[in-house]
Design a protein around this ligand. Structure first.
Ligand SMILES: Nc1ncnc2c1ncn2[C@@H]1O[C@H](COP(=O)(O)OP(=O)(O)OP(=O)(O)O)[C@@H](O)[C@H]1O
Ligand SMILES: [Mg+2]
Length: 475
């Protein structure tokens, strides 16, 4: 419920009590006062979501308070009420920032309609505040590819999108899991409701619960005001829980309850909040294996895995590489204002020969860089791809001594290794030293396992196929 706390400012005892009763019945938190001074005192202590304000009051005019409220940073919606409502007064109130105007007496139905509109309005404002902070570049892109794998994926999306079923999307990093999640949303009946994303791996463990479920004012140090969590923002719409394998056991337990009962409490709160949300989760790990290792609750896995969608790695549908490369060439030539005509034959063969451990994302990055580097002729050659000397082929970085690391450099760093390159090599060297055991490697590096995983995802690190035993990833 986006609206919780309401002030009723009305001097007529009967009307005030009546309003208070109706609002309490609808489970709002109501404070009722009969003077402007009383309302101001309440406002000095707390934030309110909505005010119902009479115009003629013993200590002044409700319209003056309405004007004052407009300069508050967290201003409530104001519903003005009056027994002497003329069109002029109503227009004046609206132009001074009132949400709406009701003429007394009004029926419970009129009040209900007003509250419903106010709820919808508040929800929209909150979602748009969230979206204006979120990066949303990817929103409009289509799933490209003509291979059987991609065609089947498209069909599955069409069938599943129509339902309300929870979906678990699995696939290696860069295969397009988020893209598929967005396609599911766009083709669903909820396409006009919010789509809210939460990257579970990117948020520090101690903040994740409050990101999911929100918190009350004063729930922890720094919680200066109440804040809605992503589940509340997604009410009526869809939530994407990205990298779901990364949540801790206590949060897993709470998420299970949301999936079963569609209800939760905010951190530090005891009011139960009910939501209607469609859940889509993604992971680039084998979640069933995490279940076997007892890192992920089996009951939660079953709840999430109602409709499983698996996306194949690009190396298993290489026939899509030319089409994807062409589309990315066009997209990035436009983005960077370059004229790039196409790929040379040799270049296309190089693209087909590559194994794409970072999947479509890697291809996309390679093409973007090639578009920038290809120069006047406008034809992309193998040298522009930089595939041969890519340091993240892992082999290059594994097994290096510190002396190697410090003395070697990347081709474009002017003979000196960059700091991020050095960090990457050091991490991969630690992984080599720990024989692929991530927990040990993270300990050696004094970083959390989560940070290590994120960094490896960033590098699109995959253990080289030739040495499965040597680099098998173990936690
Ligand atoms: N079939 C495809 N057609 C067009 N673009 C694609 C396709 N698959 C992936 N992409 C693009 O590749 C990039 C990576 O995709 P996305 O972020 O969805 O991958 P992901 O599986 O969620 O990766 P990660 O596990 O690392 O989060 C995005 O820019 C996306 O638009
Ligand atoms: Mg993703």
């Amino acid at each position: 419920m986006p609206i919780e706390k309401i002030i009723v400012l009305e001097d007529d005892l009967v009307v005030r009590k009546n309003l208070e009763q109706q609002l309490r019945y609808r489970r709002y938190d109501v404070a009722a006062v009969n003077t402007i001074a009383g309302a101001q005192e309440l406002l000095s202590k707390d934030n309110f979501d909505l005010m119902i304000v009479d115009i003629r009051l013993p200590d002044g005019d409700g319209r003056t308070l309405l004007k004052q409220l407009q300069s508050r940073p967290m201003k409530p919606l104001v519903v003005m009420i009056s027994g002497f409502g003329t069109v002029d007064v109503a227009v004046e109130c609206m132009s001074n920032g009132a949400f709406t105007f009701l003429t007394k007496p009004f029926s419970p139905e009129q009040l209900a309609v007003t509250l419903k509109k106010a709820e919808e309005h508040t929800q929209l404002v909150k979602v748009s505040q969230f979206l204006s902070h979120a990066e949303d570049d990817e929103a409009g892109y289509e799933l490209l590819g003509k291979s059987q794998q991609i065609e089947q994926l498209r069909q599955l999306i069409r069938r599943v999108a129509r339902t309300q079923a929870t979906v678990l999307i699995q696939g290696e990093s860069g295969t397009g899991k988020e893209l598929v999640a967005r396609a599911l949303y766009r083709q669903s009946p909820r396409d006009t409701a919010p789509f809210i994303k939460l990257n579970c791996a990117a948020i520090p463990e101690n903040l994740i619960e409050s990101e999911f479920f929100g918190h009350e004012k004063g729930a922890f140090t720094g919680a200066l005001t109440k804040r809605e969590g992503r589940f509340e923002l997604a009410h009526g719409g869809t939530i994407l829980l990205d990298e779901i394998s990364e949540i801790s056991p206590p949060v897993q337990a709470k998420l299970l309850r949301v999936l079963q009962e569609r209800e939760f409490e905010r951190v530090g709160g005891n009011r139960t909040i009910k939501v209607n949300v469609r859940v889509i989760a993604t992971t680039n790990r084998q979640l069933s294996e995490s279940v076997e290792r007892k890192e992920f609750r089996q009951d939660l896995f079953f709840r999430l895995n109602v409709v499983p969608i698996y996306i194949s790695p690009l190396r298993e549908h290489k026939q899509d590489v030319p089409l994807l490369a062409e589309q990315f060439r066009i997209r990035f030539a436009r983005k960077h204002g370059m004229e790039v005509k196409g790929f040379s034959d040799h270049c296309m063969s190089a693209l087909m020969d590559h194994d794409w451990p970072g999947n479509v994302r890697e291809l996309q990055n390679v093409v973007e860089r090639a578009v920038i580097l290809c120069g006047e002729r406008g034809i992309i050659e193998p040298a522009h791809l930089g595939l041969a000397q890519r340091p993240d082929s892992a082999q290059a970085a594994l097994g290096m001594t510190t002396a190697h690391i410090l003395s070697s450099s990347t081709p474009d760093s002017g003979g000196f290794c960059t700091l991020s390159e050095l960090e990457k090599r050091h991490i991969l060297a630690a992984l080599e030293r720990s024989k692929g055991n991530r927990t040990h490697a993270a300990k050696m590096l004094s970083i959390s396992i989560r940070t290590l995983r994120n960094k490896l995802n960033e590098y699109k690190f995959k253990p080289p196929a030739a040495h499965p035993a040597r680099t098998a990833i173990r936690e």
